[in-house]
Each structure stands twice: as C-alpha cells, then as structure tokens.
Design a protein around this ligand. Sequence first.
Ligand code: ADP
Ligand code: MG
Length: 226
Amino acid sequence: MGDSMIEIRALEFTYPDSDFFLRIPSFQIDKQEKVAVIGPSGSGKTTLLNLVAGILVPEHGTVRCGGSDISALGDAARRDFRITRIGFVFQDFELLDYLGMLDNVLHPYRISKALKLTREVRERAGDLLQQMGLGDKLTHGVGRLSQGEKQRVAICRALLPSPQLVLADEATGNLDPRNKGHILDLLFEAVQAHGSTLLAVTHDHELLPRFDRTIDFNDFLGGTGS
Ligand code: ADP
Ligand code: MG
C-alpha cells in the first residue's frame, strides 16, 4: 500500500454529547488522487476531514495519512504533522478577524516552529493572494471581508506550505459562479503543481467531473453491510 495517501481501517467515532455515530470499515485514497465527497448535511463529511487531519481522534480503528499512523501520534506531533503536511480549508474558514489577510495566511508559520517563515514564503503569500484577486487588500482586516473573500484567504493559507494533502470543506460554497471557476482552477493547479492529493467536500455536482472519483457519503453510513 505504498501509494496510499489516506488509509482508514475499522474506524469508529462518536462525539461525547451526541448520538451521531460514524463507522468506516475501509477507506483509501491514492497519492495524487483528486476525490470529491458528497452527502447530505449532518452525515459526517466534516467529521471525516477532521479525522484525516488528526484534529479528531477515533475511538477505534486507524487513520494513516502519508504513511504515518496519525491516530497513534501524540497531540504535539499530530499538530506539527497537520501544519506541515496538510492544507485544510475549513468550512467556517477559521480566520482571525483582528489580523489582516497577509497575516492570516502567514499565521501557521508564526505559531509553529515546524514551518520556517522566510522572505520567499512571504513573497509567495503575496503572490497567492494576488492570484486570488486579493492583492490590493493585503493589510485589510479580514473581519469585514465578504464570505467569498474570506474563503479565498482560507484557500491561500492552506496552499502556502505546499502541503502533500489538501482537505477542502465546501471550499467554493460561498463564491459567485465567475469566481468559483477561477478559484477552483487555482486550487487544482496548485494541487497538480505540487503533486498533492485533494480530498474535497462539495455540494456542487457540476464540479464533480473535475475529480478523479466521487465518494457518496451515504456509502459510509450504517447498514451498508461491508
Ligand atoms: P456534515 O459536514 O456532513 O454536514 P458533520 O461532520 O459536521 O456533518 O456532523 C455530523 C454529525 O455530528 C451532525 O449530526 C452534527 O450535529 C454532529 N456534530 C458535529 N460536530 C459535533 C460536535 N463538536 N459535538 C457534537 N456533535 C457534533
Ligand atoms: Mg460539513
């Protein structure tokens, strides 16, 4: 299985105060694959991305990511792993409203010793924001940006470290149709250029042909008998 980027086996997960139960007998994504995840709201798509990123830890089973068993790593190691290897575009962006765009994009470099903030990184951050059509607003606080602008900042932050895995949680959900095509092109170009793997949750069925494969989240739900 040397070509796997993500490998999940016999996973079981519950939240402490909820009757939601996620069970994934087996799930695998190859390196450099581009996979879309679809499924109804509340079915566990965001939970899956959080498990893959090591933000959540399963009660049972294993999550291997880039060859590492992340369910076996300690908190600090898991965080470093995530910050250096995974670009996560969160569904709710998770930007810091009191910081400007550029500082949001550079923030992972400031909070983790695992990433080195060099002049080259700064320049690339500016270039990325420029490509996303945000180049004239680098120091604007993100609190007052539109949803679509926040989403683009979140995408830049995720892509800056050239992660081997990009997790995108409805990353085009707030973009108008014209921006959507452009931003998606940039996301796919970045993934292609770095030979990264892409796992993207989307509700946008017209985008599905751009992916190598689509996973319908209903297949993971209880009673599939696998
Ligand atoms: P999706 O992304 O497919 O809409 P989620 O993974 O966000 O679904 O949520 C799956 C289920 O888990 C939902 O029923 C949701 O209410 C519940 N859930 C999500 N996050 C938490 C949490 N932190 N604590 C308790 N329940 C949660
Ligand atoms: Mg979600």
